[in-house]
Structures are given as C-alpha cells and as structure tokens.
Design a protein around this ligand. Sequence first.
Ligand code: AMP
Ligand code: GLY
Length: 432
Amino acid sequence: MKVLIIGSGGREHVLAWKIKQSPLVKKLYCAPGNGGISEIAECVDISVDDIPALLQFAKEKQIDLTVVGPEAPLVAGIVDAFERKKLKIFGPSKEAAQLEGSKVFAKEFMYEWNIPTANFQKFSDIDEAEEYLRKVSYPVVVKADGLAAGKGVVVCQNFMEAVKAVDEIMAQKIFKEAGDQIVIEECLEGEEVSILAISDGEEYCLLESSQDHKRIFDDDVGPNTGGMGAYCPAPILTEKLYKTIENRIIEPTIRGMQKNGMPFKGVLYAGLMITAEGPMVLEFNVRFGDPEAQAILPRMKGDMVELILASCDGRINEIELEWDKRSCVCVVMSSGGYPGRYEKGKEIFGLKEAERDDDTFVFHAGTKKEAGRIVTSGGRVLGVTSLGHGIEKAIEQAYKAVDKISFDRCFFRRDIGSKAFKWVSRRSQVTR
Ligand code: AMP
Ligand code: GLY
C-alpha cells in the first residue's frame, strides 16, 4: 500500500514510525513532515490546510490510505473531500469533527446525551456575556467556540479576568471567527486524564489511558502549551473508573453521534477531569493527542494499519488490541521562549547518542534538515520517549536520553510523569 500521513509534529512522527512497521506498507509519504520524518518517509511540501493540493497529490500518486494528524483539516472537511473522490482516509467527517471544531456543538451534544460535563452557557453577544459574568461565582472557564490552536480556553479567577478574556475573544477577535460564540462554564477540580477510542462509526476500541502536561513550567505553573510531556498508562485510573468512562462517556458519545446521523469514525479523544463526583468531559478532540500519541503508540502491539483500515471499513469489532506491559514517558524538548516568541535554526546535537538505548525513541516535532544537520524549526522540537518497567524507570530512561541532547536555549520540564507517583504508591500499577 501507499500511505500518506498529513502533519508535521511529534504525533505524525510516531504515526509514521508505527505505520512504517506494517508489512502492508510499501511506500510512505508525509505532507509536510519534518526533519525526523524525512528519515523514514518521503516528505512532500504541501501544507496541512491545502486540501485541494493534498487531494491532487493523493490522486496522482494513487495513495491507498491517508492518515490525518491535526484537527484543522478534519474540521475543514478533508475526509468528505477525499471520500467524494473514492480515496480512503482515516478520520471523522466534517459534521462529526464538530465535536472538536465547536465547543457549543460539543456541549449541546453532551447535554442531549446526558454525558457528564461542566454546566455551561453559550453567548454570541458580548453584553449578555458580561451581564452573566456579574452573577456567577468564580473561578469560571471562558472558551472560544471554534479552533484556537489550544489557546482558546481561559480559566478566570475573578470578574476582571473573565471580562478581559471575553473582550479579547469576542471584541478584539484574537481567534477571528472562532470567537463569534463563546462558552462560559463552571470550573472543575480534579486530575486530568485522556482516554482515546478508535471508532468505525458504530463500534469502537479503547486505547490505554494517558496524561498530558499542558503548562510550560514544572508543577503545572505558567501558560498553557500544546503539551510538554505525557505518560501512558495513567495510574489514576482504576479498572472501575476506566469502565465508568467507557459506559458514561465513550459509549454514549459514539452511540449519540450515530443516532444523530453523523457517525464518528476515527480517533475520539476525551479530555477528562476526574472530579469527586466522577469523570467529566473537559473537551473532545477528533484526532490523536500530541504528545499523548508519542506515549501511547510505542506501547501498542500489532499492526496499526490493520487498525486504521478496520476503522475506515467498519470492521473495528475484529480488532483485539494488545499492549506492552511497560510504561511509556515522553518528555518534550522545546525552544526557549515557547509558547511565546522563540528563535529557530539552532543545530541539535546528541540525537544518535540519545537513541542508542533500544527502548528510547526521539520523535521530532519542530525540526528540519539543513545541509545534513538537524536544526530547530518550531516551538516544540523533540519528544524524547522511553519505555520502562514501571513509570519511574521510564522517566529515568527518558531523562537520561534528554540529557544527551542539546541545542541553544533548549527548554524542558523536569517533572514529567511525577504526578503519577502518588497513584502508583497507593496501589500496584494497573495497565487499565
Ligand atoms: P480544553 O481545550 O477545553 O481541554 O481546555 C484546555 C485546558 O483548560 C484543559 O486541559 C483544562 O486544563 C482546562 N479546562 C478546560 N475546561 C475546564 C473546566 N471546566 N474546569 C477546569 N479546567 C478546565
Ligand atoms: N496535547 C493536547 C492535544 O493534543 O490536544
């Protein structure tokens, strides 16, 4: 088969790495890819947003399967465009992708199907939103309705902060039309965890749990980022909690979407808060998480292409997933200054030394190849990932590798995975 992966981050590198292992794959392309992906796939210089050019490329090269990494092309309808031309593509339709593309859609869907989530109000009028903010108790969470590259959510401690957030989103339009509507919701307390499922529209299979680290600094301090590291599994989840999430959240979501006439195919990512009242949905994404994918996929056994084809062809009930018993930890190395301004073009040293250990993989994000060297080209640069027996071991291995890599003004968190310790020490580690 000829496979095309769309995207250029660490998520797409781990997808390429896993897909490349399939005996079904003869040729692998990635648009646009990055420095690391170019070692295992042919990178083509087409942007993830240029759906006509991607479609043209897939037709010309007779691509048998396209796998979409990021949300923007899914929300813009790439799956519908490919399927109209009878090209096989993994992911949700434009309608189903609204679960991520519109917070209002997702919240109303959850209310309709009684899926646990924070109480909310939606607003398209700024004065009404401000009026409401005078009456609520704090903290509250203000969310732009549409896609905002992970920056459209503000947790506000008081009225002043909330009014500022609403003003930036609705009046200054910092996220453009994504801020035509907003959601204001109650702030939930607890620990976050992500559960991903692969669905064919009717049935689904669950992947192992994972946990992201969204803030830039240790101890979850500082601004939100795309994610500074992840681990899999998340030992906070007991078997019972995992079952509750399946029964109260995943199953009703797949069923509800099907009953509403927009069956969900692809990766359903439920971002959850484990509250005192049980798991509640913070957000849905309609694709693999980044860096969660880097922590999940190295533990997945078997042929990933078989799994993807089963989703595309409505055969997901044939899939029995098996998992490596070890834990996996991914530490993101970023450019100094990220998530604000940062410099690019810094040469990266030590990549080969870091990967010498068989259970360590360095997935590239913002890198490119330049005159035989690998240089930085983005905010999140590398996802240094290790498997280990128990999370402590995986963390130790990953940081050993991180310490071998260097580039000018490189930054990373030192505490990835340590949140898991309190749960591991409370009970022997569970894989589910
Ligand atoms: P979202 O894009 O909706 O996941 O929001 C990004 C981050 O904002 C989440 O990962 C949480 O850390 C935080 N967040 C979102 N909604 C809430 C909420 N209702 N209560 C507390 N934190 C939230
Ligand atoms: N790491 C969070 C996300 O992929 O949305």
